[in-house]
Unconditional design. Sequence first.
Length: 153
Amino acid sequence: MSGETTRRFEDFAVGEVLDLGSRTVSRDEIVAFAAKWDPQPMHLDEEAGRASLAGGLIASGWHTASLFMRMACDTVLARSASLGSPGIDKLSWRAPLRPGDTLSGTMRITDARASTGRPELGFLGCEIELKNQRDETVLTMRTTLMMGRRAKP
């Protein structure tokens, strides 16, 4: 690649499913994230995790969401004219992320609309799903991406 972005708003199609790749999470990553950002016992200590509803050490949901963000940046956003997001419409943690789990993810484009007030901008509606190696859904999210447009009316 020449350093140019490869995808702009017009290059994404409604219904398209983007592969976010996969990522394995370690016990040390789970504990380090929790120690800094979400120091609840079930994220820091195996024994506390076993005593919790989770039945073992689990990653913070925010860690899981951060892993999604990294996967999306590595596979889609860094190779596009991404301009950020106005927010998340829905975020659900459906199953715990445990040490040694491998996440794989998809992002499905659900809708696309050009901005009426800013012709250089388009909005892509997205549904995200992360699954573990047992095909259990770990995270779902509905969000909107802002993308730079190639064509300006």
